[in-house]
Design a protein around this ligand. Structure first.
Ligand SMILES: Cc1ncc(C[n+]2csc(CCO)c2C)c(N)n1
Length: 221
């Protein structure tokens, strides 16, 4: 049987492609993305991750059993740990933790994170993990694609470390665990009647991911 994620991705194929093949992503892949765009993205991504960790905390609350509660809690901690990578890079550019934390959230950051949190607050844990999935699984797909593309891991590409991080075994394992989590929750909660609403949550989250790349490209606030 096709997994719920594969079904959602195939039913939102045009939006998914616009996200994973966004000009920002192509610029990471061939190294042509401007440094200010990447820096603007990374500072906003730090703010994004803090709110994303909060979305996992909603998952801890909404978990239907102790296994899912532990997994959501581990996810929250993993995201908080991921932020130290961002802070390290920002520090190399002369931006302190205080400077990053006092940066205002861009509208694209607010829109995406609050959308995901609200999907979890309003619904159950299946709604929440569907809203989270474009982020977690999409970055694994992007990492793999860019690493395979030739210029991605080239020593001359300034973004090779970023690509290596998401193409690496560690992160690929995180994405696989997330697919398994969606399938466990689908087994508990999915009905045919719920599918259209889940697809709508998924599609909007994918579009908000693409907007997040665009915010980086445009240096939008
Ligand atoms: C806009 C945006 N979307 C997705 C990710 C990737 N990401 C977010 S949480 C998470 C799980 C880590 O445990 C991963 C990989 C990001 N950093 N920024």
């Amino acid at each position: 049987m096709t997994s719920l994620f594969e079904r959602l991705k195939s039913d939102a194929a045009a939006d998914w492609d616009a996200y994973v093949r966004h000009p920002f992503v192509l610029g990471l892949g061939d190294g042509t993305l401007s440094r200010p765009s990447f820096q603007h993205y990374l500072v906003q991504d730090y703010l994004f991750l803090i709110e994303f960790a909060r979305a996992y905390a909603i998952g801890v609350y909404k978990a239907p059993n102790a296994l899912e509660m532990r997994k959501a809690s581990a996810g929250m901690h993993a995201i908080l740990d991921e932020t130290s990578l961002h802070l390290k890079l920002c520090a190399e550019w002369g931006l302190s933790q205080e400077a990053v934390e006092s940066t205002a959230e861009a509208r694209a950051t607010i829109a995406y994170t609050r959308f995901v949190q609200e999907a979890g607050l309003r619904g159950d844990m299946l709604d929440l993990v569907v809203a989270l999935s474009p982020c977690v699984v999409g970055y694994a797909e992007i990492g793999t694609d860019l690493a395979a593309a030739g210029t991605g891991l080239d020593g001359a590409n300034p973004y090779a470390a970023w690509i290596r991080e998401y193409a690496g075994e560690g992160y690929q394992g995180v994405a696989e665990a997330s697919l398994a989590q969606i399938d466990r929750l689908a087994a508990l909660y999915l009905t045919q009647a719920r599918y259209p609403r889940l697809l709508e949550i998924f599609r909007q989250a994918v579009r908000l991911e693409a907007d997040f790349w665009q915010m980086g490209l445009d240096l939008a606030d």
